[in-house]
Design a binder for this molecule. Sequence first.
Ligand code: SF4
Ligand code: SF4
Length: 263
Amino acid sequence: MKPTTARAARRLAQKSDKSGALTVADLAARVAKAKVKGIDKAVETRGKRILTSFLQTAQNYGMPTKDVVAEMASGQAAWRLGHAVRDEIMKSPPEAVTDAACAQGCAFCCILSGGEGGVITGFEAAQLHKAVDPLAGQPDGRDWHPEACPALDPETRSCRAYDARPMICRSFLSMDAAACESNAAGGAEQGAGLLGSHLDYLVIHALCRQALKGIAQVHTYSMAATAASAVAGDDAQVGLTQARHKPSALDTACRDAVKAAQA
Ligand code: SF4
Ligand code: SF4
């Protein structure tokens, strides 16, 4: 039987620091109590189990608590764990992956209708800004389509920040490029969606935010605004401040991802 999150947290707590300083065990106890608004208990429990495993590993390897807090707060933890789930999915890829129509130069999904582009973590926003910053002043995706991501190359329609592209770009796929084109123009065609690992990534980040209340701030950012600030030549700190979401954006993204997974 797999250990429950509460049981795993108790085991970690037995190793807690008696000096009163915050420990990884304390973080695990906070994760066990955390709640993500408006999502299924099963989805929340799965996120807790994954995040608690991360904390157990961090403790086993003697990772300093401040580094664990920094990874949880920046979203690097959600990024690592979302990738680990994605790697598992890819070991036996579902039809949505094997039959995906996605190809280089097919970029209808990089048209960010509404100008938002989805929720990204601080870790991803910093990576994206750094990758796009050297391209400041060059023609960008908006020279191809007014709502395209500024990180897109307007000629080749390839991502110019490929290695730094956020999780949402790595999770989105479709078996029908024509449906993507129609949806980018305001349609509601079926066929496109997010890999299941994306839901875990979002829920884990939301759990980190709950668990770190009073310890560290956890923000999310608009992908489109982050890339736009970089091509405008803004300093990263200024750009990320402008691209920062209200706290409700992460809750909404979690709820939307649950609905999409159930559709
Ligand atoms: S998600 Fe759609 S638009 Fe994006 S690469 Fe795949 S088929 Fe093309
Ligand atoms: S970061 Fe790259 S993959 Fe993601 S929307 Fe922008 S251009 Fe497309």
